[in-house]
Design a protein around this ligand. Structure first.
Ligand code: ADP
Length: 402
């Protein structure tokens, strides 16, 4: 079975074609600057086939982007499929499923309407995700489409984890509550950790740290999400590349007044110019911060320290919330690749029984980095959100056939 996985943004569309018999990627790429001038990249993962590197293709809408993807996939010389009919299904990443979706869904009119209803909760992403789905429906009519929501895994949280301490009517009237994001990643890596712990979800307590450009943590009890650090939007939680993470909400009005800017401009600042970029003034990329800190840049060092400190505080609070922890998991760009950051975060958690083996931690690709005296397992598990989307899509499509 061939499944095309689509991650549509407002002006971009990432794609991966999976052969599900081998669970391998056959081709992948990126459409950028949709609605602007259109840049197209195609990378077949098959020997003898040539890549297309960021060439200009006019893509006024997502439709042309999908058409360009299909054209490349079936290209006589460098394509990986004989015809479009070899694509059995399409899986879409959708940011916000609100309270409506607790699992992945087969796309129909009701699902489309519900994603549309969630636009106020995900104003930047949901419209783009819808454009991607609609473009596929138009360009590949009759091919089943599945949506996989970033929020779905977190829908098992108890009310005490997701209700904010503001007038309850805002939850009732506007569904203001914690939703959480990166759910596909937290689901995947927590399930992998449970396998490593013996395979039985019941009774397990896992803390997953998805640390990338966007970062979030989740407390996963009995294989289900119990709490997570992101909130109504991805702005809450630990500081990120450019997002502030949690802070005193009064800062919003204070800065808006001082700078003479609107609330929405202040929020843009909190989303785009804050986090480790804001603290350091150097970069949102942790690799740049590492080199700047190594050269004595104090604010880069401060940014790294604040990030590690906040992640550590979340770990501590989730240990308390679940009354224990069996495994801590590090994943995503930073979590998977930065031994230094894993060391900073776990340093001084020995009171909680959490210690890493510094040598194992330094060897790239080591999954179990648990220290000799650690009571808690510490794992580095590469996330694979696209594969999970493809697997969910395959399962739903297979069920259709039954
Ligand atoms: P996104 O949230 O955009 O999906 P990723 O999960 O790909 O991001 O993570 C990207 C981030 O991971 C980069 O901003 C970079 O700071 C960090 N990163 C990747 N590799 C390393 C590394 N070897 N050392 C430190 N940071 C790294």
């Amino acid at each position: 079975m061939n499944i095309l996985v689509i991650n549509a943004g407002s002006s971009s569309l990432k794609y991966q074609l999976f052969d599900m018999d081998t669970q391998s990627i056959v081709a992948k790429g990126l459409c950028e600057r949709i609605g602007i001038d259109g840049k197209f990249t195609y990378k077949p993962q098959v020997e003898g086939k040539e890549a297309i590197n960021a060439i200009d293709i006019p893509m006024p809408t997502h439709n042309e982007a999908i058409q360009a993807v299909l054209k490349a996939l079936v290209d006589e010389k460098n394509g990986v499929l004989k015809s479009m009919s070899e694509i059995d299904a399409v899986g879409h990443r959708v940011l916000h499923g609100g309270q409506k979706f607790t699992k992945s869904m087969l796309v129909d009119d009701t699902v489309l309407a519900a994603i549309e209803e969630c636009i106020p909760l995900g104003p930047l992403h949901n419209p783009a995700n819808l454009m991607g789905i609609r473009a596929c429906a138009e360009v590949m009519p009759g091919v089943p489409q599945v949506t996989v929501f970033d929020t779905a895994f977190h829908q098992t949280m108890p009310k005490s984890s997701y209700i904010y301490a503001i007038p309850y009517e805002y939850y009732e009237k506007y569904s203001v509550r914690r939703y959480g994001f990166h759910g596909t990643s937290h689901r995947y890596v927590s399930a992998q950790a449970i396998e490593l712990l013996g395979g039985k979800a019941e009774g397990t307590k896992v803390i997953t740290c998805h640390l990338g450009n966007g970062s979030s943590l989740a407390a996963v009890k009995d294989g289900k999400c119990f709490d997570t650090s992101m909130g109504l939007t991805p702005l809450e939680g630990v500081p990120m590349g450019t997002r502030s993470g949690s802070m005193d909400p009064a800062i919003v009005e204070f800065i808006a007044n001082k700078e003479g800017i609107s609330t929405s401009e202040t929020l843009t600042m909190l989303n785009k110019k804050s986090g480790v970029l804001g603290i350091s003034g150097v970069s949102s990329d942790f690799r740049d911060l590492d080199s700047a800190a190594a050269q004595g840049n104090e604010r880069a060092e401060l940014a790294l320290e604040i990030f590690a400190y906040d992640v550590k505080k979340y770990i501590g609070s989730y240990v308390a919330a679940m009354n224990g922890v069996d495994a801590i998991v590090f994943t995503a760009g930073l979590g998977e690749n930065s031994a230094e950051m894993r060391e900073r975060i776990t340093n001084g958690l020995d009171y909680l029984g959490i210690e890493i083996d510094k040598e194992k931690n330094a060897v790239r690709g080591t999954v179990d980095i648990t220290g000799k005296n650690s009571k808690v397992k510490v794992f580095v598990i590469p996330t694979n959100e696209e594969l999970v989307i493809a697997m969910d899509t395959q399962e739903i499509v297979n069920n259709l056939k039954k």
